[in-house]
Design a protein around this ligand. Structure first.
Ligand SMILES: Nc1ncnc2c1ncn2[C@@H]1O[C@H](COP(=O)(O)OP(=O)(O)OP(=O)(O)O)[C@@H](O)[C@H]1O
Length: 246
């Protein structure tokens, strides 16, 4: 395997009981990279992330930064990958900065207190997503969009090699959507991270450097992102033909 490949998926097959959603998926991704994962509702985008985070069984092999994911016990704890699910909730009141600072968990022993330096990093992460003004608010009282920004700040602190983001701009207004995609571009270009981002937000993809993966295609492949590619994939997704696939 190429040393530059941060994610290598070979012959992945995954789904639920009688229903296979991902068939023989191959992917070889150089680092760093941004990949927008698109496709119809229900085509298997989240299912792919469930397989990569070991929450459903799969066939095939997945290597992240050269390590076979099946053999890594807790990929998040080792900084290999970080995951933002489509819906995350917190069932108790907690100050935003306390939630964000938890992104530093890898740098702490169990129950050791976070230090002023950790809180500085947490506030820096909040500032970069445009949410520093929320630092002292109760997370559970924020709007859905505000909560999403806070999760992204926490994720940035995790400093993982591979980020799996499931619709990070859902519920965000047009300004914050743009801002989040700019942030993800920085994660890739400046911090050298690799980001897999499930999204229905095609309008913001055309001018991002990276790749597009359309899981509604019969044999999904990475395509370099460009206005023409986004246009072609949108036309495909809007067609009756695309719904007949699978
Ligand atoms: N635990 C489960 N058991 C059986 N079927 C499931 C299970 N979870 C999801 N599915 C089905 O698998 C299909 C793919 O779901 P998935 O969440 O991967 O879709 P998606 O592409 O992420 O869609 P969306 O864009 O709507 O989020 C859906 O039809 C869903 O109903």
């Amino acid at each position: 395997m190429s040393e530059l490949s941060v994610l290598k998926i070979e012959n992945l097959v995954a789904g639920y009981e009688q229903r296979v959603l991902l068939r023989n998926l191959f992917l070889c991704l150089p680092a760093p990279a941004f990949v927008a994962i698109i496709g119809h509702n229900g085509c298997g985008k989240t299912t792919l992330f469930r397989a990569l985070t070991d929450r459903i069984p799969y066939q095939g092999t997945v290597h992240v930064a050269g390590q076979n994911l099946r053999q890594v016990r807790r990929p998040a704890a080792t900084g290999l990958l970080a995951h933002l699910p489509q819906r995350s909730s917190v069932g108790f009141p907690i100050e935003v900065r306390e939630l964000v600072v938890m992104g530093r968990f890898r740098h702490h022993r169990f129950l050791s207190a976070y230090q002023p330096h950790d809180y500085e990093l947490a506030e820096g992460a909040l500032q970069r997503v445009g949410a520093l003004h929320l630092a002292r608010r109760d997370f559970t009282q924020l709007s859905g969009g505000e909560q999403q920004l806070v999760w992204l700040a926490q994720l940035a602190l995790q400093d993982a090699q591979l980020y799996l983001l499931d619709e990070p701009t859902q519920q965000l207004d047009v300004y914050y959507r743009r801002r989040i995609f700019d942030l993800l571009r920085d994660w890739v270009e400046q911090a050298g991270k690799t980001v897999l981002c499930i999204t229905h937000d095609l309008d913001n993809l055309a001018d991002l450097p990276g790749y597009l993966l359309n899981l509604s295609r019969p044999a999904p492949q990475l395509q370099p992102l460009s206005a023409a590619v986004v246009r072609a994939e949108r036309t495909f997704l809007e067609s009756e033909e695309s719904l007949a696939v699978g």
